[in-house]
Ligand binder design. Structure first.
Ligand SMILES: [Zn+2]
Length: 718
């Protein structure tokens, strides 16, 4: 809906906001007053909206003190920051900005240049460089989703920002939205700095969603030290003429938890331009398992994760083990709810006595050790047994550490709406940022529900939930074959003996096919046997074949149960999405790109080797689902902001020099479900903290990645 289509709606929303915040936000009230005085309604709808706004304003009456803050809307006016925190249940800063922008949204003809100057520590999230583009989303929310042109912020010292300066252009009537019109003047590097790498030549440099700017970069000791023209001579000159330079991509949804332990360094993400992965998704992290049932859980997890040896590590021991093994790219890790549950309570449905307390303590220590957030996978046992209260209890621990909550929701098909409500409820009650993992509308009967999903995300955002999501650009997902059957098949029976009993199989089937149930069915009803391809199984003769093919004239349900029982860690790729839904989801500004990869050995979903270049080649260059700056923002500053990856996801002076150089004309991935492990094209250079690790398209075989530990002062454990 554009402001032009319904002018009344914007004033009704303003009235709503005024009732919510008015008395505590005199600046806002002042703008409402100005609008009431100066706006001449152009149609009945607008007149109606204004009348409602007037009513709300008069209701507030004496509570308003417009004189306390005056606003002079000349070009380059400074708007003081409004009250932080009290007004937003999740992140304070973002809500504050929303109301600043509301002010502008109600100015009939905003001046062309308005500068904001915030001196507000809430914006820095305890030293974290607050993500400019997340402010862009808030603007988006209050400007009716019509546009998004977020841009880079300008800070004097990106490591200790005490203030953020933005210069924006606000176009008349809100059509063009908010655009950065100013950027820091290019700074030459100090004369005595030895430049390790200079990236130069006419190329587009992408940052945080703004239009690309041609400029050179100089790197010294792992940081960008100069941006602009003629940045100086370096030990290594990289000519990027005709290419594009972007921050290294960040994959917020990885399952590379054990990849560093493989004997050979694994460049499968670097070759896609990905410099940082976030692991521990879908409720399963490798640690912490240093609790009562830890050893048992380690054996089960090892089965889930390619049979690589997993020990009963504490979170910190796990991170140390990864660091010692030497990751190929940077890795940050979420702590998984299923892992916490397995460590203290095994696979049982009900929680024993003080199990929740123990889980909370394990989570607390994991966050203190550097876990970057909390994850759940609410279709997989034992996480699936957790109810809202249990997850809120754990997410509240995440809140105390300022960490987000990422969820593979309880249902992505028939029960999508309830699952989204549950996620928003958890985020609201625990006051955490929310990441909806691998957003999709799964199952033939749910195609089209991408609209519902996005509508609910935007609605949640307007009510104050700092929510985003990620998605992979494919019609098929990949998961454990056991996800086909109801999660309860595994309850107290991780060996799945029950699946060999015809009566039990029949009982499970009636649940799996029960159209009236919204959760707990498994994925069986969302697919057909021809669309289930077996990727990993101890029976090598069936790998690469569909379930329908393997079943032949037998009942596919019985065959699936048998295959799951004989290899509980078997993996499938399963087609369950519609192209329209995938495109709609990828186009939405709240959605970033997450691969949901597996371990890059054997047959895997092609997303493991090609998610990011496939998105760029197919969905950006060919289908133009979004433009290039927006595509890059989805893969860089968006996840960096959500997961608090300070210094990464943007490219300017002071940024960590994780860099990806790609060719917009050729970037892509030709991998297929039958032959997925082909190298991407059009990604000639990748740098990790200034080290060239992909050089002219080839991996240098160095293990230059680091284990990233979240920092932040935890408050008391309560
Ligand atoms: Zn998942």
């Amino acid at each position: 809906m554009s402001p032009r289509a319904d002018r009344g709606a914007r004033y009704r929303l303003a009235a709503e906001r005024l009732r919510l915040y008015g008395a505590s936000v005199p600046l806002y009230a002042a703008q409402v007053e100005a609008a009431l005085v100066s706006v001449k309604p152009r149609d009945e709808a607008e007149a109606g909206g204004l009348a409602e706004l007037r009513a709300a304003y008069e209701e507030l009456g004496a509570g308003i003190d417009p004189g306390r803050v005056s606003l002079d809307l000349r070009p380059r006016t400074w708007l003081p920051a409004l009250e932080p925190r009290r007004t937003n249940p999740t992140s304070g800063g973002a809500g504050m900005f929303e109301r600043q922008m509301d002010v502008l949204a109600h100015v009939p003809v905003p001046p062309p240049d308005i500068a904001f100057h915030f001196v507000e520590p809430a914006y820095t999230r305890r030293g974290h460089f607050f993500d400019m583009e997340s402010l862009g989303y808030v603007v988006l929310a209050c400007w009716r989703h019509d546009h998004v042109v977020p841009g880079p912020r300008l800070v004097a010292d990106p490591y200790r920002p005490s203030s953020i300066w933005l210069t924006m252009r606000v176009a008349g009537d809100g059509e063009a939205g908010v655009e950065i019109v100013n950027e820091a003047a290019p700074e030459p590097a100090a004369a005595d700095v030895v430049l390790d790498v200079a990236i130069s030549g006419p190329a587009d440099r992408f940052g945080t969603g703004h239009r690309p700017r041609p400029s050179d970069l100089a790197i010294s000791r792992g940081r960008v030290v100069a941006v602009g023209r003629d940045v100086g001579r370096a030990r290594r000159q990289i000519d990027v003429s005709g290419l594009a330079v972007a921050p290294g991509f960040i994959d917020p949804h990885s399952h590379s938890d054990v990849v560093p332990f493989l004997a050979e360094p694994q460049p499968f993400k670097l070759l896609q331009g990905v410099t940082t992965e976030i692991n521990g998704n879908c409720g399963f992290s490798v640690a912490p398992l240093d609790a009562a049932r830890g050893r048992e859980a380690a054996a089960t997890l090892s089965g889930l994760m390619g049979n690589l040896p997993i020990e009963a590590w504490s979170f910190s021991e796990y991170l140390n083990a990864m660091a010692a093994a030497g990751p190929t790219n940077h890795l940050a890790t979420l702590v998984g709810h299923s892992t916490l549950r397995m460590a203290v309570n095994g696979y049982e449905r009900g929680l024993a006595g003080d199990a929740l307390d123990q889980m909370r303590q394990l989570a607390y220590r994991a966050f203190a050790d550097g876990a970057i957030g909390l994850s759940t996978g609410l279709i997989y046992p034992p996480g699936a047994y957790g109810d809202v209260d249990e997850i809120v209890a754990l997410a509240t621990v995440a809140h105390h550490h300022g960490r987000p909550y990422a969820t593979h929701m309880r249902d992505e098909g028939a029960g999508l709406e309830q699952a989204l409500d549950e996620a928003a409820e958890i985020a609201t009650r625990a006051r955490v940022r929310l990441q909806i993992s691998h957003c999709k509308a799964a199952g033939r009967s749910n195609h089209g529900k991408s609209e519902l999903l996005l509508r609910k995300l935007h609605a949640a955002r307007i009510t104050g939930v700092d929510v985003r999501g990620d998605a992979y650009p494919y019609l098929a997902g990949g998961t454990a074959m056991s996800a086909l059957v109801p999660p309860e098949a595994l309850e107290n029976d991780p060996a799945l003996e029950g699946l060999s009993d015809p009566a039990e199989r029949g009982r499970l089937r009636s649940i799996a096919e029960d159209a009236a149930r919204t959760t707990g069915t498994g994925l069986w009803r969302d697919t057909v046997p021809q669309a289930v391809c077996i990727m990993k199984h101890t029976r090598s003769d069936i790998v690469g074949r569909t379930l329908a093919d393997v079943a032949s004239d037998r009942d596919p349900w019985d065959v699936a149960c048998e295959l799951i029982r004989t290899d509980p860690s078997s993996q499938i790729v399963i087609t369950m999405m519609a192209e329209d839904d995938v495109r709609r989801i990828l186009a939405d500004p709240l959605i970033g790109i997450g691969s949901d990869n597996g371990v890059p050995t054997g047959l895997e979903h092609p997303r493991t080797w090609g998610c990011f270049p496939h998105f760029l080649g197919r969905y950006v260059r060919e289908l133009r689902v979004v433009d290039w700056p927006e595509a890059i923002r989805k893969m860089t500053s968006a996840p960096a902001g959500q997961f608090g990856l300070s210094g990464r996801g943007w490219l300017g002076v002071g940024a960590i020099a994780d860099i990806c150089v790609f060719d917009p004309a050729t970037v892509g991935h030709a991998g297929t479900y039958q032959q997925p492990d082909v190298a991407p094209t059009g990604l000639p250079y990748v740098l990790l903290e200034g080290h060239v690790v992909v050089d002219s398209g080839d991996f240098t075989a160095e293990r230059r990645g680091r284990v990233l530990r979240a920092e932040g002062d935890a408050t008391s454990f309560g």
